[in-house]
Write a protein that binds this ligand. Sequence first.
Ligand SMILES: Cc1ncc(COP(=O)(O)O)c(C=O)c1O
Length: 398
Amino acid sequence: MALSRRVRSISPSSTLALTALAKQMQAEGIDVISFAGGEPDFETPKHVREAAIQAIREGFTKYTAVAGTEQLRDAVVAKLKRDNGLEYTRDEVITCAGSKQALYNLGMVLFDKRDEIIIPVPYWVTYPEQVRLAAATPVFVPTAEEEGFRLKRRDVERVLSPRTKALILNSPCNPTGAVIEVEELKAIAELAVEKDFYLVSDEAYETLTYDGVKHVSIASLGEEVKARTFVVGAVSKTYAMTGWRLGYAAGPKEIIKAMIDLQSHSTSAPTSISQKAAVAALLGSQEAVEVMRVEFERRRDHLLEHLQRLPGVTCVPPQGAFYAFPNVSAFYGKKIARGRKINSSTDLVAYLIREARVTAVPGGDFGSDKHLRLSYCLSMEQIREGLERMGRALEQLR
Ligand SMILES: Cc1ncc(COP(=O)(O)O)c(C=O)c1O
């Protein structure tokens, strides 16, 4: 089959594939506990669903402006001011079918053939692939597990080159839950200004932070850094709206304009109904956001407590998002059936599905093969049961 070179260089999203596998097993009646998912298990808040129903009733079901309605772009502007202390105008905002599309559009209009794009490791699976789709080169910079996987300015300095076009930041981070310290954000902002590169700040998990840690958008640290930053946001994780497909980006007007032009030839505007729902989410009561955050913090504590009981497993406490990223490398080299050995995070995930009916995502997919990503978008009961099962299966390897 004559697939394009562009597409031959990428792999499908492993997180989506594993979620699909778990759902398929569950549909077949297999009692599988999935730590692989990447979406809140809560309902979208009622007032948001009502806004969508009203939109349908009122016949708000036609194409809108490509960048989204004025009402929605203004809602994003208001949100960025209210929550992040950021001043944008409507023409500095685009809304898209999910923040994934916002990131994709941005890569397509900003990255070029010889550009190097710095991606901290562990990374969200989509970044390297989007960089490659834009024909640019991902440059990986490891963060230290001993430092809680929190990116430091010195990590970035190590890989800077004259070809560096941008740095992708994701704080709170998927998959580690790391939140970059404000002092380091300031230092990274200064570096970006000094060395003249862009910052892509993926803030999809901004409302999910724990232990009193607060999210700070790097764009809020001064006019100079704001002028070279793209803030990418989503309603997916904040309001349990993953299926509505609505995200946005804010940044310098000329580049946002190019993203709108690109989007006008790909998907056009996001769904009109989702746009109305997103306005209600962004401007309506924020009560549900805090309820979910508190529940995720409880689950995180529960997950960490049970993880600590698993001999051979260590885990940096995540400060945000809804993932833990335990180190499971103590089990590599251990024998399983028919003389075979566990040699990688993928082998371990396959073993856990078979032996424990538990799924997780291999750390290798996030650039860190010593780890597994466990999401805690599960009930407390499922977390306990899943980790006990995992513990029994790991015990057999020792
Ligand atoms: C770090 C990160 N950014 C962006 C997204 C994309 O979310 P959406 O396209 O639903 O807004 C995800 C989804 O898993 C994510 O984990």
